[in-house]
Design a protein. Structure first.
Length: 345
């Protein structure tokens, strides 16, 4: 099983300097590269200080100049916001600029907040249909002289300009949850990214069950790869693990508030949650985060990841977005590289 880092700029306080936050994010990525991680993933979000990521290709191209070995992936671009010709060309240009290190991950998007602002009237179903039309079109544009007449896009014979460095094209990943998404990805030979979010390992098993069922259904297609994305904190001791669980619980309370899209937003920041609101959440709690996410001392983390490897996951992505301070993120990542990864070498 390979290990990667999943990361964005996070801004939760109006006093935080955005340039400093970016440099701290880059510093964590440089640690991941020096430490031998396989890849770094960064996604796309808009008008949200909670996750600042307006164009992952910009971030990844910058990282390509600051790192040596890691693969660099979009985790993920939002399909409804891209025209196939534009995505094919920009991804290919990024692959050239990154010396052939691009991994292209695509999703339908997650937040209604973003749909309302970028494509008013869009819902999750149509966003998913757009993703299913977009990805094969991008793949065919990389082959060249492709004419498209679809539900969402129509264009005459076109070829991606430029073409990617990697042949036949950069690896393609699909963010999948329901069985239909797994079947779409596997039937086309695309790799799969999954996350159980705040849920426990029963969800991890269910997600790879969908993937395995899709692989069995499309047995003629070579098995793609599957990556598991989980919030991770490698603690110095049990007290540190409990503190990490409290921080991840706060993160998920804000994640849930953004997702519900009911709270006042000003200057890209959501109206702060009160301690009472956080304590009253019906299923987020520090205890649930400690049990469900990969939070604990190194030996506990190793045991958890061993189970994921046994389930059949090819890659584990360390989701470091937690609202923690840079110092605490850095210490956890360094413990992961020093104390956890060697157990899998």
């Amino acid at each position: 099983m390979k290990f990667s880092l999943f990361i964005h700029m996070e801004r939760v306080d109006p006093t935080e300097d955005q340039r400093q936050l970016y440099e701290e994010m880059i510093a964590l990525c440089e640690i991941a590269d020096r430490g031998g991680m396989h890849a770094i993933w960064s996604g796309e979000h808009h008008a949200m200080n909670f996750t600042i990521a307006p164009n992952p290709f910009l971030t990844l191209v910058d990282l390509a100049r600051r790192t040596k070995n890691v693969r660099l992936g979009t985790g993920t671009v939002m399909a409804p916001l891209w025209h196939p010709i534009r995505l094919a060309g920009e991804a290919a240009m990024a692959d050239i600029m990154m010396d052939g290190r691009l991994e292209l991950g695509v999703a339908r998007g997650a937040y209604m907040f973003e749909y309302e602002r970028m494509l008013p009237g869009l819902d999750a179903w149509n966003a998913g249909q757009m993703m299913r039309e977009l990805i094969p079109a991008v793949q065919k544009l990389w082959q060249g002289d492709y004419t498209h007449d679809g539900q969402f896009w129509t264009f005459p014979k076109s070829t991606s300009a430029p073409m990617p460095v990697q042949a036949p094209h950069p690896p393609i990943w699909v963010a999948a949850r329901d069985p239909n998404s797994h079947e779409f990805a596997v039937s086309h030979g695309y790799n799969v990214q999954v996350t159980p979010l705040h849920l426990g390992d029963e969800e991890v098993e269910k997600l790879i069950g969908h993937f395995d069922a899709a692989c069995a259904k499309f047995a003629e297609v070579p098995r793609p790869k599957i990556m598991l994305l989980r919030h991770t904190y490698v603690a110095a001791d049990e007290a540190d693990a409990e503190r990490g669980a409290e921080e991840v619980n706060r993160f998920y309370n804000y994640f849930g508030a953004w997702f519900r899209n009911e709270r006042e937003i000003s200057m890209g920041l959501i109206q702060p949650l009160t301690e009472a609101e956080i304590a009253a959440h019906p299923f987020y709690s520090p205890a649930a985060m400690r049990a469900n996410n990969v939070i604990g001392p190194a030996d506990e983390v190793i045991a958890r990841l061993n189970r994921y490897e046994e389930m059949g996951y090819d890659e584990y992505s360390f989701w470091i977005d937690t609202g923690m301070s840079f110092a605490r993120k850095k210490a956890s990542l360094e413990r992961f590289i020093r104390d956890v990864m060697p157990a899998f070498s």
